[in-house]
Design a protein around this ligand. Sequence first.
Ligand SMILES: [Zn+2]
Length: 479
Amino acid sequence: MAKEKKLVESITSMSEDFAQWYTDVVKKAELVEYSNVRGCMIIRPNGYAIWENIQKELDRRFKETGVENVYMPMFIPESLLQKEKDHVEGFAPEVAWVTQGGLETLPERLCVRPTSETLFCDFYSRIIQSHRDLPKLYNQWCSVVRWEKTTRPFLRSAEFLWQEGHTAHATEEEAEARTIQMLNVYADFCEEELAIPVIKGRKTDKEKFAGAHSTYTIEALMHDGKALQSGTSHNFGDGFAKAFDIQYSDSQNQLQYVHQTSWGMSTRIIGALIMVHGDDSGLKLPPRIAPVQAMVIPISQRKEGVMEKAASLRDVLKEAGIRVKLDDSDKSPGWKFSEQEMRGIPIRVEIGPKDMEQNQAVIVRRDTREKLVVSLDELAEKAKEILDCIQKDMLARAKEHLKEHTYVARDYEEFKKIVAEKPGFVKMMWCGDEACELKIKEDTTATSRCMPFEQEQITDVCPVCGKPAKTMVYWGKAY
Ligand SMILES: [Zn+2]
């Protein structure tokens, strides 16, 4: 028994040390293993299967909007990266360089892509000539490299997986519409699949992407009250087009610059899944994204007929379209329960000799631990209902948490007190001056998360400087 409890006992509790809890879950749920390369992670099957489901669903949603996938080289010649000034300055501190190929020193060093705007721009300058070539709606699934000083699995790593969409349009309006459209794709995906509510808005100039005209973001709130930027969508205007000479002839045969966008979501979102839903027993996955939705666990599995019955329940659930596994290992039921909970599998189905006598099984919800006795005649139907219910309840709980941890500040003293004492988002007006934004960061370490689309007029002046307020901002400490 002592050995059985070990799996859970070795997790630090969230309230004691949230950062350590996160690291423990990532390790114990077997999502990630550390590698020999500093800051790079090995994503294990349990973690990669989550990413595959994210990828599958996002990809489906992208394609519904007309996006096509391509694949670009992973190296960028230095001269290409230098073409857009703000962009190169923004990324220079974290770029990895290749200076040698085989035994030869390269005539021009190559950067390992930190993001691929420059490659797409170069590509577009070759393939776009006429208005008939527009729009171009391309996306790629790949990994990128950013030489980060401090790293944490999923949240910040030297190499990570993501998708980056890059589009080119004839007009400014079209580009802006696409930027918002993709932000909405991300927001809907987070709510509907990951049960993570997000705040949609625009980044301040200080926080926007290097080289972008405007950056839009979805911000989620983690269990510890810190924000996580979960997806971004940028409108580049014609800045990159001018730097890379991407022109098309319009219907009057006049040369025009294209307007571009880019948008991305990465394996970081798995960090959000862990930190929004998890608890002291481990991961809690929303059913729609969970690689395994139900684990069948036999009780007294050596008793006659139990294992066969458990296997038949697995088959029934599988037949009904549920992603199900049977734990037929020789571990004890208690150990199997802990493992299923640690991995965040939404339901387990317990079946033993007594249940068989009564033609029933016990379904246990991972999110609430509620036990539900279900007749075997309607097992699949009930399991589906319960999974739907878990998905809804998880979103509702996350929304409640977001609401409870969003505060309003009317003056700067109040703001500082909230940031110091109550982790979460703080809504406060802002004059639009970067000096005030910097002062807030210096005084409190909170940063502007976004200027939300849903605006409120809390005060008429900026509480930091007293000048007229221009916009309401969500502020918070962030990952
Ligand atoms: Zn101000």
